[in-house]
Design a protein around this ligand. Structure first.
Ligand code: FMN
Length: 209
């Protein structure tokens, strides 16, 4: 399937087939593709908890306003944005840049300062935007890739973040922008037509706001 087809076919599926599972290795294959998402300074400040055990999905459903799809989907991914991704990932990134020939070893120190200047102190709003923005790209990539592999998905922000953090052991300093359910549509159901989209002329301008 080509990428345009995957984007066009992706729908937020409301009713998943509760009988079908997806092997962990297949979920990892989708994550591998999602992980090619671009990120600021290539810092990749995302983390994921894949919830695929029936009992754990029940717990997550309770945190998500009892949305049935959380339990019925084959798995639900807790998408986690890490505002500390700057200090945690910068050295691996710069090391790879040296190894791959992007920069010379003597340029590392200067390059290392840039994201700290741009994304501010830990706990700053800039850090939170940084983490959430990049994790959203990862999540979108996941949904397109999942469709490419033949799966259905559903993004959700209908959940209590504090409850999800508590139940799944996610540190307080992380942000959870969304959950993404993945699985198969329940057989015998027909999707309603694609939900309305605004005309692009209503929000697209060229050269000036
Ligand atoms: C960040 C985000 C959060 C969402 N949260 C929920 C949710 O909690 N529950 C739900 O039923 N749908 C949720 N949706 C799905 C949207 O309602 C759906 O994407 C939209 O109606 C367009 O439908 P389509 O994706 O099939 O084109 C969410 C979508 C996004 C992108």
């Amino acid at each position: 399937m080509n990428v345009l087809q995957a984007i066009r076919e992706r729908r937020a599926i409301n009713v998943f087939d509760p009988e079908r599972t997806i092997p962990a290795d297949d979920i990892k294959k989708i994550i591998e593709v999602a992980n090619l998402a671009p990120s600021s300074f290539n810092l990749q400040p995302w983390e994921v908890v894949v919830v695929d055990e029936p009992e754990r999905k029940k717990v997550l459903r309770k945190c998500a306003f009892n949305q049935p799809k959380v339990e019925e989907a084959s798995a639900v991914l807790i998408m986690i944005a890490n505002p500390n991704g700057v200090e945690e990932n910068i050295d691996d990134h710069l090391k790879s840049w040296v190894e791959l020939g992007y920069i010379k070893p003597e340029e590392v120190q200067k390059m290392r300062e840039a994201p700290f200047g741009m994304y501010g102190e830990k706990d700053s709003q800039a850090r939170k935007f940084f983490a959430v923005k990049n994790t959203a790209f990862f999540a979108m990539n996941f949904m397109i890739a999942a469709r490419g592999f033949g799966f259905e998905t559903h993004p959700m922000d209908g959940f209590k973040e504090a409850d999800v953090k508590k139940e799944f052991g996610i540190p307080d300093d992380r942000i959870i922008p969304l959950l993404v359910a993945v699985g198969f549509m329940k057989p015998g159901l027909e999707l309603l037509p694609r939900a309305f989209r605004r005309k692009i002329d209503a929000f697209t301008k060229f050269n000036n706001y």
